[in-house]
Design a protein around this ligand. Structure first.
Ligand SMILES: [Mg+2]
Length: 241
C-alpha cells in the first residue's frame, strides 16, 4: 500500500517542530493531524506565519505520542504485524527529506519506528528528475498549497501522473521515434495523444542535450511538431527534410 505524506513545520537549522501532518492512501483514505506546537515560534517565522498557519483547522492538537498512535492505526503498523506478514508499505513525499525526519521523530528515535514501517521515504522529486523533468506531468499547485492535506493529495496526483507517463513511455516504440526522425510523415497518421507525446519526447531529448526546443506555435501543432522534429534531427545529424 502506498501512502502520500506531507507535513508542515518550523525548522531552524537544528530542530524540526511539527505543526501538521497528512497521509493520503492510494485508495483515497486520508489522515490529517495537527500537533501541539510553540505558537510564538511559528508566528515569528515569516514563511510559516504567511503560508502555513492560515490553513490550520483549529482542531484538537495532538502530542507526538497521540499522533504516533493515530498514524500507526491508520497505516496498520505495530506489534500486531509479525515479521512474516509485512504490510509492504511505501511512503511517498515531495522534497521528502524534512518530512521524513519529522515523520520518524513523531515516533521518537530512529530505532523507535514501529514494526512494518519502511525505514526510508520515496521522493517524487527524485523520480521526476530521473525521468528528465518531463513536462505536463507535474500537476498545478494546489489552491491551498502548504495545507498538509492539500499537499499530500497533490503528491498522490503527481505520483499517478508519473506512473502514467512511465507506462506511456514504455509503449513508445523506440524504432518509431527513429523512423519519425528520418522519415517524417504527416502527424494525422498518429492519434493526437500519441503525436503530442512524441513531440514531448523530442523536446525532452533536445533539452537533455541542453538545447532549447523551438517556441510553441499554438496555431498550428503540425508545424510546431515539424520544427521540433527538425531541430532534433539537425542536432543529431540525421537527414532532414
Ligand atoms: Mg506542504
Amino acid at each position: 500500500m502506498k501512502y502520500f505524506l506531507d507535513t508542515e513545520f518550523v525548522e531552524d537549522g537544528e530542530t524540526i517542530m511539527p505543526i501538521s501532518l497528512a497521509l493520503v492512501r492510494e485508495d483515497g483514505r486520508e489522515l490529517y493531524l495537527e500537533f501541539e506546537f510553540d505558537e510564538d515560534k511559528a508566528v515569528a517565522h515569516d514563511f510559516v506565519r504567511e503560508n502555513v498557519l492560515p490553513h490550520l483547522r483549529g482542531q484538537e492538537q495532538y502530542t507526538r505520542d497521540e499522533a504516533a498512535r493515530r498514524i500507526s492505526m491508520f497505516m496498520g503498523l505495530g506489534p500486531r504485524h509479525p515479521a512474516e506478514s509485512k504490510p509492504n508499505i511505501e511512503v511517498w513525499a515531495y522534497f521528502a527529506d524534512y518530512d521524513w525526519v519529522l515523520f520518524c521523530q513523531v515516533f521518537g528515535t530512529m530505532r523507535d519506528l514501529p514494526k512494518g514501517c519502511p525505514r526510508y521515504c520515496m521522493d517524487l522529486m527524485q523520480w521526476w528528475t530521473q525521468l528528465g523533468y518531463p513536462r505536463g506531468v507535474k500537476p498545478p499547485k494546489p489552491v491551498k498549497a502548504h495545507d498538509a492535506l492539500a499537499d499530500a493529495d497533490w503528491n498522490h496526483e503527481f505520483y499517478k501522473n508519473l506512473s502514467n507517463y512511465v507506462e506511456y513511455d514504455a509503449s513508445l516504440d523506440e524504432s518509431e521515434t527513429e523512423q519519425w526522425l528520418t522519415d517524417f510523415r504527416t502527424l494525422d497518421e498518429l492519434d493526437p495523444a500519441r503525436a503530442k507525446r512524441l513531440v514531448e519526447d523530442w523536446k525532452s531529448r533536445l533539452q537533455g542535450h541542453g538545447v532549447e526546443p523551438p517556441e510553441r506555435d499554438y496555431e498550428d501543432f503540425a508545424a510546431y511538431a515539424l520544427a521540433v522534429r527538425n531541430a532534433l534531427a539537425d542536432f543529431l545529424g540525421k537527414s532532414g527534410l
